[in-house]
Design a protein around this ligand. Structure first.
Ligand SMILES: Cc1cc2nc3c(=O)[nH]c(=O)nc-3n(C[C@H](O)[C@H](O)[C@H](O)COP(=O)(O)O)c2cc1C
Length: 220
């Protein structure tokens, strides 16, 4: 797929078919992503690909924790608030996602159901966890953003869709324990990957985007 087309057509997918991703396809994605740029070429990424029985077990564990509203320990702090314009976009995103499903804002049960879907990776057959060493700082997190974007674009170009999931990182200590990853590592993001369920209502949701003129100033 042509790169501009891939950037323009990628969107978060929140309902997946059960079909697994062939390991050769995953390897192709990772091969492409290995070419990502990084601060002084440090390549801080550590990638954990979880599928099959392990993914199911981990999803069940995370769902239990989320359902019980267990204490959260994300490596990257959850934003405490946003400047007004960003706050409005975030609110609108939440509201429009709910209305796609026909869930009213006052419907606490419906909202909770949608929140909990995160912890089963929206039914995706594969969850990818991106870690860095715990000693690393903001530039390495910047690198991981580029890496994650390359990963979801490479996947998209091969028909594999994605949803980035900060919510899942709330249970970073439990994920590390489950996967046998050293406590000192930092979980940056989880990415649900798989083939989209075209019939799912949730996948008809499209986020609103600013026009380039709204975020760009030109100088000559
Ligand atoms: C850092 C980051 C964390 C995200 N975490 C979640 C998440 O936990 N759950 C979720 O459903 N979507 C999550 N998303 C997806 C965003 O909601 C989505 O990218 C945004 O609404 C724009 O929509 P689009 O990806 O379809 O363009 C996350 C995206 C980013 C970049």
């Amino acid at each position: 797929m042509e790169i501009l087309k891939a950037i323009k057509t990628r969107q978060s997918i929140r309902a997946f078919k059960a079909n697994p991703i062939n390991q050769d396809v995953m390897k192709k994605i990772l091969q492409a992503v290995s070419n990502s740029p990084s601060y002084t070429n440090t390549q801080p990424w550590e990638v954990f690909v979880v599928s099959g029985k392990k993914k199911k077990e981990l999803g069940q564990k995370l769902l239990e924790l989320a359902r019980a509203k267990a204490p959260t320990h994300p490596a990257l702090p959850t934003p405490k608030g946003w400047p007004p314009a960003l706050e409005e976009r975030s609110r609108e995103h939440g509201a429009r996602r709910l209305s796609t499903l026909g869930v009213a804002r006052s419907d606490e049960e419906g909202r909770e159901k949608l929140r909990l879907m995160n912890f089963e990776f929206y039914g995706a057959p594969c969850a990818v966890f991106l870690f860095i060493d715990g000693s690393l700082g903001e530039w390495s997190i910047f690198d991981m953003g580029l890496f994650a974007q390359n990963l979801i674009l490479a996947a998209h170009s091969l028909g594999v869709e994605s949803c980035l999931q900060a919510s899942v990182t709330n249970y970073a200590p439990e994920i590390k324990k489950f996967l046998g990853i050293a406590e000192s590592k930092k979980l940056v993001i989880c990415i649900a990957l798989g083939y989209p369920d075209e019939k799912a209502k949730l996948n008809t949701y499209r986020s609103l985007k600013q026009k380039p003129d709204e975020f760009t100033r030109w100088y000559e």
